[in-house]
Design a protein around this ligand. Sequence first.
Ligand code: ATP
Ligand code: TZE
Ligand code: MG
Length: 294
Amino acid sequence: MDEERTEAWWSRRAWALLSAVRERAPLVQCTTNLVSMDIAANVLTAAGASPAMLHCLREIPDFTPRCDVVYINVGTLSEDWLPSMRAAASAGRPWVLDPVAAAASGFRMEACLELLALRPAVVRGNASEILALAASSLSDSSSSFKGVDSSHDSGEALQAAKALARSSGSVIAVSGAVDFITDGQQVISASNGVAMMQKITATGCAVTALIAAFVGADPSDALAAAACALAIFGLAGEIGMESAKGPASLRTHLIDALYGLDEQTVTSRDTSLPWLPVFRKYTVWGDLQGPGKP
Ligand SMILES: Nc1ncnc2c1ncn2[C@@H]1O[C@H](COP(=O)(O)OP(=O)(O)OP(=O)(O)O)[C@@H](O)[C@H]1O
Ligand SMILES: Cc1ncsc1CCO
Ligand SMILES: [Mg+2]
């Protein structure tokens, strides 16, 4: 690594990537679930990206090659949509996968594994989703399932995430109270956000859309794009929570906070909260002995 990646480096990188999204307004094709379409489109627009929700197979050959990045989310998978997802993931654009409730059914898990083989730049899921995907992908049958919400802490999925990153070649991001992002070697953690974000449906889907926008603005470093998008989204949640009364108003205030983020807030909020840095970085060489919980 050419330069030491301190917390301050990561904060500046997050600001640079958010600024790049605002300047370049990447066109993000979203083939996402019916629940998340509205929040994902609003989060993308507030961040400065240009979302387009699309799932008709006949439109993919014309539209997808013109996009900067593709976002695929299997939350309301259907037999009709899977061919569109396959085609969009194979269109030669960088793309990002959200494996919502991967273990819901054999059909959904098979679809996730098939999509994973098409090399997404980033896969973002909650701990239960990443554990299930890693277990199926690496032929380990020890998975449990409880719907779209996680029944595990993100730290429990860290080793699975690293193994999955290594076997798939994708960056794997596990969201939760602490978000972990890994390429199988390095592990970045971001500890932003508030617990109330789990009480708004599809915040996970929305942050995966934001990861796609960051990848679209700068496809050269998917690890940084994923880590910075998660940190920025969490920061918007923290600021939004200062004026929210519950999940419904947090949804509104988070989107407002994302829209209004400035350089000072992104680059120095961590120094005003030294016990809760925006980023913590671990570098793991060679083996799968990762850090414990931070
Ligand atoms: N306990 C928590 N404290 C702080 N932030 C959290 C917490 N839990 C989740 N988050 C944040 O909320 C966002 C959504 O993550 P989560 O893990 O809830 O996704 P998800 O389960 O896939 O959500 P969904 O399926 O509803 O879209 C992420 O930005 C994550 O960092
Ligand atoms: C509730 C729900 N069901 C399918 S997708 C989704 C949104 C959260 O993942
Ligand atoms: Mg989810």
